[in-house]
Design a protein around this ligand. Structure first.
Ligand code: MGD
Ligand code: MGD
Ligand code: SF4
Ligand code: MO
Length: 920
């Protein structure tokens, strides 16, 4: 007898980007089995992108951190301990440091991916109990320039727009953002707006010709770091051609005269020189903005991650203020939030220079209010250390104990060598993580297992100020616990040790709802007042935008409609922008300008997306993208390995020719770290220079040199697993789980080689792929060990060896399927063999070819190459063939179905069609 299958759905949000899509988690009460977009959620109305749609595959337990682990003394291995011992030890160690060196010798480094309730208690613990402001977050690397820009100009940190404005605007200026990759569902709404009103103008400002730029009416491929010049020149044109809203400027702003004076000489011709674009294009951009009844801007890290990130934002905001295009439908400056809850973190004041509910640390009245609310004597006045400063202080020994939660600084901070030294030097490092294998984990003296997506409850706020109640679908696995609960327990243990027994009262919450209620109360009378919100209301009426004060019946879609701004005199401010172009300038030694950013299908350090095989199908290996001219100049061919060197460090990467990059520039994605490469990735190269106001580091710009890496000894190892994987969270021991465990065992091997990369491959049948290149023959003992690790050493394997030429080959065939492969010396057949393996093509007719030196597939094998449409599994070669046969975009959707599900690949398919047309 079979028990009927229980299937339930729980409402939550996608834990990736700041679009904040609603999801329905499908589960049976114990295991997550699937996910779909929540049709009722106003951010996405049921849509999800490639990352959101594969969330259920990330919930597997194989690489989760399930139990606390503690290291006795440095150098020793960690051992499993219970929660009591874990938090008791942490409290004692923190108390010892605080007693001996004061509260400023400890620090918390947290994350915009925590829920608001988690964030709230971390902040209260540090500022209310311990008495230091050393609590900063990865939002410092992300949104702090936008925060500072909003505060300097509009008076408060509040994005005034909504997603529905995309459908209302006549002109959308996207600067320093690639939403087609980074905010896909917001971009779907932009595509819809353009399709509905083809006259709407889209302008994209990005040094690279991204998929976002390719769909624009006007792309301004400015030189890195020159945005202020562009915006100033646009303002110059707006002034010259009479597009200024003088009444608005007079009544609702301050400081325009100084800015007008400043931009007087910055004509399009002057800016064109600096920015490296045509003066005429600058003029066109300004005219479109000025002539459009409704114009809005959208920006992200291309502006924020700069040594003048605050003024980049301020210069862009000035365009909205000068033309009075703010506070109306389809208007306004819109900073897109990166992380799912960076907004929530900002609301609770979870940064070293902020206080709860948009209050200021420097303001004594604000500090007194918070002290009263929390029931503590006072909150400290001295601003805490911001991310980069905090790790510098750790490097110098001034921070002796650090608590890291929900972020991976050993990969995501700039100048990684220094960051890693700092973590190694720190006396006591706590890491609160959902996964045990991040780049930061080796440094942790105490690892605390956190519950994650699907396993915890709370709220998040998305880019458009919309708060969603996130529910728990299944019980937290192993001994994992919700982040807020870990913090509260720790606080109650720490309090008595530092003479603060009130910790029992301050952190005695019954659950996340009690924390939310306290947080809501702290916003009373503030610009973000949410005293009208509760879990019950959010459940009954769905996600709501703030402000939503007591008595309100709905939130506010658009701020500043009345022209009043939250400054002392109610007027917005113009700022005269300053700042060098980039901290580091290209020169003869370091001639290439490197920028960094995101790929469509990966999320940050890949602790989750890196566990989903199909998310490697779009890009399957780290690479440095270069202009073909720069490669030619250096005698480099596509796919060759190069040494990339900056003043801070050196890494080896595969070079890829890219039509997106102008000559003199380079791009490396931020995702690939020590689990994917033999190095810690691109942040080995970046620098820790930061913006003077926001303290946000310049992660977007560094200069590098490249040279061909001579690594003649190459190997390729692949391993799949027969049997059927289970959907979603899966059974332990199924092929997907075994594959993840193999990847985890291979990761520590990477650093042995001069170059190595580790990836997953496949879609329904996942496999691990290890690519190696070395400067000397790969020791056969290592190969033997790897064979044993992957089961490539028994009599299921076909073998071939030519010792003189250093060629060895092994192929494992089980039930007529290729499941494992190891090639050294001759790896040309790797591409089509991977397809044979992951697609389980029958090998009966292929057997004799598998070990042959064939670069292209024999007739019996199908080679598919890169997958463009992940949902429907349509490859680049399928699409190219159809385009060659005359297919247009609609025909492709009709016949191949590509781009008909999540739509993330639509921009790329359109680009392929356009390229095909111009080639014909
Ligand atoms: N797939 C995916 N989506 C994500 C994330 C992810 O990891 N993966 N992370 C989320 C997070 S936390 C964030 S913060 C956002 C980031 O979202 P975005 O900021 O949109 O993404 P990035 O790729 O970091 O950078 C955007 C663009 O800035 C350009 N750029 C570089 N230098 C300059 C410059 O000087 N001027 C201008 N105008 N542009 C420049 C780059 O070429 C790049 O295309 O994405 C969020 N969404
Ligand atoms: N070169 C370069 N570097 C960059 C950037 C760039 O553009 N270029 N962008 C910067 C930006 S904008 C950002 S936001 C940062 C992001 O950098 P990080 O914050 O380091 O990135 P993540 O990998 O998202 O780290 C989040 C961690 O939290 C863990 N986690 C997931 N769920 C939970 C949970 O519920 N509780 C706990 N405790 N842990 C959980 C995940 O496993 C993951 O390891 O990177 C920055 N670094
Ligand atoms: S756009 Fe994609 S990654 Fe962002 S919240 Fe929506 S589903 Fe998640
Ligand atoms: Mo971010």
């Amino acid at each position: 007898m079979t028990t009927p299958e229980i299937k339930m759905e729980t409402k939550a949000t996608c834990p990736y980007c700041g679009v904040g899509c609603g999801v329905l988690i499908e589960h049976d009460g114990a295991r997550i089995t699937g996910v779909r977009g929540d049709p009722e959620h106003p951010a996405n109305f049921g849509r999800l992108c490639t990352k959101g749609a594969t969330l259920h595959f990330t919930a597997r337990h194989e690489t989760r951190l399930l139990y606390p682990e503690l290291r006795g003394t440095k150098g020793e291995a960690r051992r499993r301990v219970g929660w009591d011992e874990a938090l008791g030890t942490a409290a004692q160690r923190f108390a010892d440091v605080i007693k001996e060196h004061g509260p400023d010798a400890v620090a918390f480094y947290i994350s915009g991916q925590l829920l608001t309730e988690d964030y709230y208690v971390f902040n209260k613990l540090m500022k209310g109990l311990i008495g230091s402001n050393n609590v900063d977050t990865n939002s410092r690397l992300c949104m702090s320039s936008a925060v500072a820009a909003y505060k300097q100009t509009l008076g408060a940190d509040a994005p005034p727009c909504s997603y529905e404005d995309f459908a209302e605007t006549d002109c959308l200026l996207i600067a320093g953002g690639n939403p087609s990759y980074a905010h896909p569902i917001a971009f779907r709404r932009i595509e819809d707006a353009k399709a509905a009103r083809p006259d709407m103008k889209i302008i994209v400002v990005d040094p690279r010709r991204t998929d976002t730029a390719a769909t624009a009416d006007l792309h301004l491929p400015i030189l890195p770091g020159t945005d202020i010049w562009l915006f100033n020149a646009m303002l110059n044109v707006l002034l010259w051609e009479g597009h200024i809203d003088n009444a608005f400027v007079r009544e609702h702003t301050e400081g325009f005269d100084a800015l007008r004076e400043h931009v007087r000489e910055i004509t399009p011709a002057v800016a064109a020189e600096v920015c490296g674009v045509k003066a005429e294009d600058i003029r066109t951009a300004a005219r479109w903005w000025g002539e459009s009844p409704r114009a809005m801007s959208l920006w992200c890290q291309g502006l924020n991650q700069s040594t003048h990130g605050t003024h980049n934002g301020a210069a862009l905001i000035a365009l909205s203020l000068a033309t009075g295009k703010i506070g109306k439908p389809g208007c306004g400056p819109f900073s897109m939030t990166g992380q799912p809850n960076a907004m929530g973190g900002r609301e609770v004041g979870g940064l070293a220079n902020l206080l709860s509910a948009h209050r200021d640390l420097a303001n004594p009245a604000h500090r007194a209010e918070i002290a009263r609310l929390w029931g503590v004597e006072s909150v400290p006045e001295k601003p805490g250390l911001t991310a980069v400063e905090l790790f510098d202080a750790m490097h110098e020994g001034r921070i002796k104990a650090v608590w890291v939660a929900c972020t991976n600084p050993a990969q995501s901070l700039p100048e990684l060598e220094r960051v890693r030294e700092a973590l190694a030097r720190c006396e006591f490092v706590v890491l609160q993580e959902a996964y045990g294998n991040t780049e930061t984990a080796p440094f942790a003296d105490l690892l605390l297992p956190a519950a994650t997506w699907g396993e915890k409850e709370g709220t998040v706020t998305n880019s458009e100020r919309r708060i969603t109640h996130v529910n728990r679908a299944i019980p937290a696995p192993g001994e994992t616990r919700a982040d807020w609960a870990i913090v509260c327990d720790f606080a109650r243990k720490l309090g008595p040790l530092i003479g603060k027994p009130e910790a029992q009262r301050l952190f005695g919450y019954a659950g996340p709802e009690a924390i939310f209620t306290e947080h809501a109360e702290s916003t009373r009378g503030r610009d973000l007042d949410i005293t009208g919100l509760s879990y019950a209301l959010l459940d009954a009426q769905g996600p709501q935008q703030w402000p939503f004060p007591e008595g309100a019946t709905e939130g506010r879609a658009r701020l500043y409609a009345d022209g009043r701004f939250p400054t002392a005199d109610g007027k917005a401010r113009f700022v005269v922008p300053t700042g060098r172009l980039t901290a580091e300038r290209a020169d003869a030694r370091y001639p290439l300008r490197l920028t960094t950013g995101r790929l469509r299908d990966q999320w940050h350090g890949m602790s989750r997306t890196g566990k989903v095989a199909r998310l490697y199908n779009h890009v399957d290996e780290a690479r440095i993208e270069l202009n073909a001219d720069d490669m030619h100049l250096r005698g480099l061919r596509d796919g060759e390995l190069v040494r990339v060197k900056s003043r801070r460090g050196e890494i080896v990467l595969r070079a890829a020719a890219s039509g997106e990059i102008r000559s003199g520039q380079a791009f490396v994605a931020m995702h690939w770290g020590a689990n994917a490469l033999n190095s810690a990735g691109v942040n080995v190269l970046t620098l820790r220079e930061f913006d003077p106001y926001s303290k946000q580091p310049e992660l977007k710009h560094a200069t590098v040199q490249i040279e061909k890496a001579d690594l003649p000894y190459q190997a390729l190892i692949m391993r799949g697993e027969p049997g059927e994987p289970t959907e979603g969270q899966g059974d332990s021991g199924d092929p997907a789980g075994i594959t993840l465990e193999r990847a985890a065992r291979l990761a520590p091997w990477l650093e042995r080689f001069a170059y190595a990369s580790l990836a997953l491959a496949g879609r329904d049948y996942p496999a691990v792929v290890l690519r190696i290149a070395h400067d000397q023959p790969i020791p056969s003992a290592w190969l033997d060990e790897l064979d044993a690790l992957l089961g490539l050493d028994d009599d299921h394997c076909l073998t071939y060896s030519d010792a003189r030429r250093g060629i060895t080959k092994r192929a494992r065939i089980e039930d007529g399927l290729l499941v494992g492969l190891r090639l050294t010396g001759e790896t040309a057949a790797a591409g089509w063999l991977r397809d044979v393996l992951v697609e389980r093509q029958p090998t009966a007719e292929l057997r004799r070819w598998i070990l042959a030196p064939l670069a292209s597939p024999p007739a019996a094998a199908k080679s598919r190459g890169r997958i463009v449409c992940n949902c429907l599994n349509v490859s680049e070669s399928d699409i190219a063939a159809a385009i060659g046969g005359g297919a247009g975009f609609d025909d492709l959707q009709d016949k191949l179905k590509c781009g008909t599900s999540c739509g993330s690949c639509v921009p790329e398919i359109k680009r392929m069609v356009a390229a095909g047309r111009s080639a014909a």
